[in-house]
Write a protein that binds this ligand. Sequence first.
Ligand code: AMP
Ligand code: GLY
Length: 430
Amino acid sequence: MNILLLGGGGREHAFAWKIINSQNCTQLFVAPGNAGTDQIATNVNLSVTDFEGIANFVLEQQIDLVVVGPEEPLVKGIVDYFTNNTSISHIPIIGPGKQGARLEGSKDFSKQFMERHGIPTAASRTFTKANIEDGLAYINQQDLPIVLKADGLAAGKGVLICQSHDEASRILKEMLLEAKFGEASEKVVIEQFLDGIELSVFVATDGKSYRILPEAKDYKRIGERDTGLNTGGMGAVSPVPFADKKFLEKVERRIVIPTIKGLEEEKIKYTGFLFIGLMNVNGDPYVIEYNVRMGDPETQAVIPRIKSDFLDLLHAMGTFNLENYPFELHEFTTTTVVMVAGGYPGDYEKGNKIDGLNIVNKNKAIVFHAGTKLNSLGEIITNGGRVLAITGMGNSVEDALQNAYNVVSEIHWKDRYFRKDIGQDILKIS
Ligand code: AMP
Ligand code: GLY
């Protein structure tokens, strides 16, 4: 099979790393890719939102399967573009259409969807400029803290947890009247605060059948002990020891099954990954958010734990044959540490040469690239905020962490930064 994978982050390097191990992989192209995917596949200089360019490439290279990594092309309708274009409509593409992508693209849509299907989530109401007065009155009736969410995509910055009614009122006004997050905050969801421990569950579906992938916990803040600004993610651990069998059964029964059934009932075609952000509140799962793709860096922890052929999984999803796909996992634990450019998630430098990349014992750790590229001398340089994700494998969280940090400590560039406390909270609980 010839495969085109869209994206250029650590998530896509992890997908690529697994896909090329399949005996059914003839050629893998990654658009735009990074220096890591360049080592194992063919990078293509195409933007993930250049639908016409992608369609032409797919025809020229006789691509048999397209896999969409990030949310942006999904929310912008790449899957509908394929479905509505007869020259390429026969080619399986992994990702939901525009309608399904609203589960991530609109918090209001996802809250209403959960309400319609009885899926547990925090109580909420949505307000616009037209009824801001009702919104301000609603805030004053809520317990603290109060969660405010911009309806649309806001680069991970659109959720604010307010510690006072005044703060919540001020932020609601900024969002609705001063377009704090542009169009994304034309609607604002005001939500009850859920007090618990967070984790993420990943589902692969062809729209009817599903497979639950390994769960993971991520580390969102830049600073140790979860302090400082929010980032795309600074680390991940899988499996999550506090997500025991009983809890995961509740997730499947109360959340996964009603979500897949709900999509089917509403005639929303959904072939792809569903990432369910959950809060474990005293042993009961509540949905914080849906994403319509895999997580980054969670994927870099989850993919190495999949024993079965991943390309076969993608193909089974794309050909509506997931029911017959045998799914096996490895027993080991994975921990992922993200190495970032100094200053991230604020301003940071690009173009610094990375040293120490060639030392890995591949049985113990994997180096996934994110923001990297080759310079004109063929050297690997930094090209983004999140630069590398190092995944350690081991028989325990401690062991996996040791294997990840051993590699992290060998890799250097100017002003590199990483969190030293990935997994420490889990070690305390378990
Ligand atoms: P989101 O962008 O929806 O993932 O939200 C970002 C982060 O805000 C989540 O990872 C949670 O840590 C936090 N959060 C969102 N909604 C709630 C909620 N209802 N209660 C508590 N924390 C929340
Ligand atoms: N790590 C969180 C995300 O991918 O959205």
